[in-house]
Design a protein around this ligand. Structure first.
Ligand code: 8Y4
Length: 279
């Protein structure tokens, strides 16, 4: 079959749009309030996500929201490794590790993760080498600045051109480190060093990244751009998130990272059914 992404022992079918379910194992995550810190609760939620039709579960132990406090390697390992072990033994779908730290990438893949999702695009110490050794797919996300200060004064001459140039540069660096191009996914990083205007411009023009011929992943769910446009607060942004996901898949996005699994899966099924119409 074509368009199958091999994620370690699992496969992700990219012949149709897939939902990446967000599972935060953090104490300070304002979306989940730390409810998934306990491995048992995380496992229950993961089983529910898989049942709701998620194609992959993204497990993160380090909050990357603007202004978040960095987490130590030991703390991050303690949070995510037991959860990855438990979930990979219980669910069939691939797991992704949301981390920028080389040590966490290595341990997470050994524990059963089949993809690396790095908001730093493998720019932190040792990450290129760790990802090359892990031999699993890697999502390269664009971020201007760093989580501590990225929303201070985001500035671009041309946001689309600059993200394009970043992707080109990272593809070169990553392939030079021995990672196959076929293992890469690209993500413009909504909200990571971007104003509302930048985010809307990226969403309106996502198809400008199609020329790389790599799967596009996007994460818009619950983000402030949705609140800025609609006035809805964080717990009330799902309809706007669904609209954004639909706009993205219509332009070729293959993976939608979201907190709202069942609703997004349903919307993606409808979008794909319409996209498959050939007359
Ligand atoms: C409410 C809840 C409001 C969460 C904002 C947020 C992306 C990502 C994140 C993304 C990829 C987030 C780890 C930020 N966003 N990875 N990670 N793409 N690949 N904020 O857009 O969800 S964390």
């Amino acid at each position: 079959m074509d368009n199958q992404l091999e994620c370690g022992r699992q496969t992700l079918d990219l012949s149709q749009p897939q939902v990446m379910a967000v599972l935060n194992i953090t104490e300070d995550s304002f979306s989940d309030g730390g409810r998934w810190l306990n491995p048992q609760r995380a496992l229950e939620r993961a089983i529910q996500m898989a049942t709701e039709g998620a194609g992959i579960i993204d497990i993160g132990g380090e909050s990357t929201r603007p202004g978040a406090i960095p987490v130590s390697i030991a703390e991050e390992l303690e949070r995510v490794i037991p959860v990855i072990e438990a979930i990979s033994a219980a669910v069939e779908i691939p797991l992704s590790i949301d981390t920028s730290k080389a040590e966490v990438m290595t341990a997470a893949v050994a524990a059963g993760a089949g993809m690396i999702n790095d908001v730093w695009g493998l720019r932190q110490a040792g990450a290129l080498q760790a990802a090359a050794k892990a031999k699993v797919p890697v999502c390269i996300m664009h971020m201007q600045g760093q989580p501590e200060n990225m929303q201070k004064q985001p500035h671009y001459e041309n946001v689309l051109e600059e993200i394009n140039a970043f992707f080109s540069q990272r593809i070169s660096a990553v392939t030079a480190a021995g990672i196959e191009t076929e293992k890469l996914l690209l993500d413009p990083g909504f909200g990571f060093g971007k104003t509302l205007e930048h985010n809307l411009s990226i969403l309106a023009n996502l198809d400008t990244f199609a020329h790389f011929k790599l799967p596009l992943l996007v994460g818009i769910s619950r983000k402030s751009m949705l609140g800025e446009v609609t006035g809805a607060d964080i717990s009330d942004r799902m309809p706007a998130g669904i609209a954004a996901a639909t706009i993205a898949v219509r332009q070729g996005a293959k993976i939608i990272r979201t907190h709202d699994v069942a609703a997004t899966v349903q919307a993606m099924k409808l979008s794909y059914a319409v996209m498959a119409v050939d007359l």
